[in-house]
Design a protein around this ligand. Structure first.
Ligand code: HEC
Length: 192
């Protein structure tokens, strides 16, 4: 590096003068350049993992998750079950997830892994034996089928009201309000 023009004692002075101040034409030191380029690379990686690859949770997502949790707690504390409350529960990810766990544990054997039915009724078609409203579905699950020969047991004793709400929310999450409203009911609806 003997011909390095920036060696001590040989610094070039830039021609311009501001307020009597002149500048050396020095190269930026390597440590400074590496910090600078490093910061650029870091910003791209950071931006990508924050907003595009689901590696880090952005504030927005973290808040959405917290709000869903708050909503779940509010729904869980509803004392009186209604059609609207059950529909709201069916739109809450935490509720539906808990309901899915109950379903896998207690219902899957008779109603099938995709709720397609088997020993029990199909729970995803547009025909309900005991009513096409959320409260009817809740009532059959909680109190059992009114048909005591072909029927299904009551689940409220074994599961309690919260788990019954959760599993009904899970069943409803496979339906929409409009589609349920148009579904057929074979007997006098229960639970209304
Ligand atoms: C031992 C088998 C069995 C298990 C376990 C079972 N069911 Fe049923 N389920 C049935 C049968 C049979 C019927 C039809 C009852 C009737 O004909 O009145 C039924 C009916 C229903 C209905 C009414 C469907 C309609 O068309 O109105 C719902 C809702 C339901 N079950 C949900 C559940 C849920 C939720 C669970 C778990 C907590 C569950 N079932 C567990 C056998 C079962």
């Amino acid at each position: 590096m003997s011909n390095d023009p920036h060696k001590a004692g040989e610094e070039k002075v830039r021609p311009h003068v501001y307020d009597g101040i002149q500048e050396y034409d020095n190269r930026l030191p390597n440590w400074w350049l590496w910090t600078f380029y490093g910061a650029i690379i870091f910003s791209v990686v950071y931006w990508f993992s924050w907003y595009n690859a689901d590696i880090m949770t952005s504030d927005e997502k973290a808040i959405d998750r917290k709000m869903a949790k708050v909503e779940e707690l509010r729904l869980a504390s509803i004392g009186e079950i209604s059609n609207d409350a059950l529909w709201e529960m069916s739109g809450n990810p935490g509720f539906v997830e808990s309901g899915q766990a109950v379903y896998q544990d207690k219902c899957v054997a008779c109603h099938g892994p995709n709720l397609e039915g088997g020993i029990g009724q199909n729970l995803v078609d547009a025909e309900w034996k005991w009513g096409n409203q959320p409260l009817s579905v809740y009532s059959v699950v909680a109190n059992g089928s009114p048909d005591k020969t072909a029927g299904m047991q009551a689940w409220i004793g074994e599961l309690g009201p919260q788990k019954v709400s959760q599993v009904v929310a899970y069943v409803l999450s496979h339906h929409t309000r409009d589609e349920m409203a148009e579904a057929t009911t074979l007997n006098t609806p229960v639970g209304l």
